[in-house]
Every structure is written in C-alpha cells, then in structure tokens.
Design a protein around this ligand. Structure first.
Ligand SMILES: [Zn+2]
Length: 201
C-alpha cells in the first residue's frame, strides 16, 4: 500500500505550511464582527434585511435619485441624454416592474421589446433612431431594466426636446427623472404622463 505514506506526506506538508504561515488562527469559520453589527444571527448579509427592503424602498426616497439612477422605486425611472456632434445617446434605467414584467424572471419579453423602439423620442432635428438595446440588471434584490437608445441627427442643433413616450404603453411609469448634459448645456426635469417632454432649449 502506498496511500498511507502519501497521506502522511500531505499532512506534513500542511503542517509545514501552517507553521510557515505563522498565523495564530489558521481556521476561522466566522467573519470578524463588523462595527455596529451586534446581532449574532446576521451572518448572511452585512446590510439591508431582505424582507423589509420591499416596502421601504418603495415607500420613501421619492424625492431622491434625481440623476443618480440608484434608487429603485416602482413607478419612477431615470433617463439621461447626451450629445456628441450629430449623435445623441440616451439611457433609461427603470424597475422592470414598470414594464409590467416580473423582476424575479428578470427578462424582457418579446412583446415588451417590440415596444421599446418608440419609448424615447427626440423632437426636431430630423433624427434617425437605431434599434434600442435592452438588458436586465439583476445585481440587486430587485431588477432594473437598462434601455440604451441612440440617434443620428441631420440637424442636431434643432433638436428641441426629449420625450418619454412610454407612459401610454406602460402605464406603471409615473415619473421619469430626465437629464440632458453636454459640455455647454445642462437640463433636468421630471417627466409625467401630462408633461412627457424635457425642453433642450
Ligand atoms: Zn422592484
């Protein structure tokens, strides 16, 4: 039999490594206690009790998140537009629930994807839109949809407004916090079903 000598060698190697390492606690099953976390049961996450976040996230922080795109509030979304020469680029970040989609599934259905072409519009400027690109971000407990839209405009200086045209197709959208940022201009506004346009002039 050759196995016992091998195992013995391994053990000696391991002991040698431990000795060389010189650490006082080579095996540490539990993470060291974080500051301000006295609860002994909190072993899974360092923040945000999973059950409680649903109601909290959706109840407050309504006035926050003007352009950050970090707050996940059903009914609200963030829309950012930028321009480089004749090219315009927009990104909408929205809870997937606003599209009537399951955040647990985390996918854009074909029916919804077909509606995305008319979701964001530029007014004036003779602009040609590209097919928007959509993806779902499931990195948090909820799911955000990211819609990336681009245009090439024949007369970009005559683009007068950004319009969110999705309030009709997706009635779960209530407010869209829109920003337009270039080197020389900065506009921001809250778009609603009754006022769906951000003036760029
Ligand atoms: Zn959600």
């Amino acid at each position: 039999m050759t196995l016992p000598p091998v195992r013995l060698t391994m053990t000696l190697l391991a002991l040698g490594l431990l000795a060389a390492c010189g650490r006082p606690e080579p095996v540490q099953p539990a993470a060291p206690p974080e500051a301000g976390a006295p609860e002994p049961a909190a072993e899974t996450e360092t923040h945000a009790a999973p059950a409680a976040t649903e109601t909290e996230d959706h109840a407050h922080d309504q006035d926050e998140g003007s352009a950050g795109g970090t707050a996940h509030v059903h009914g609200a979304a963030d829309l950012a537009l930028s321009r480089e020469g004749a090219a315009f680029e927009a990104e909408l970040i929205s809870p997937l629930a606003n599209f009537g989609l399951s955040e647990a599934d985390g996918v854009f259905t074909d029916v919804v994807t077909a509606e995305l072409s008319g979701l964001i519009e530029l007014v004036g400027g003779d602009c040609t839109p590209a097919v928007p690109h959509a993806e779902a971000d499931t990195s948090s407990g909820h799911t955000d949809g990211h819609i990336h839209a681009t245009w090439t405009c024949a007369d970009p200086d005559r683009v007068t407004a950004l319009r969110f045209a999705g309030f009709t197709a997706f009635p779960s959208f209530e407010t869209v916090n829109a920003v337009y940022i270039t080197d020389t201009a900065q506009k921001a506004g809250e778009l609603t079903p009754s006022a769906p346009e951000l003036s760029l002039k």
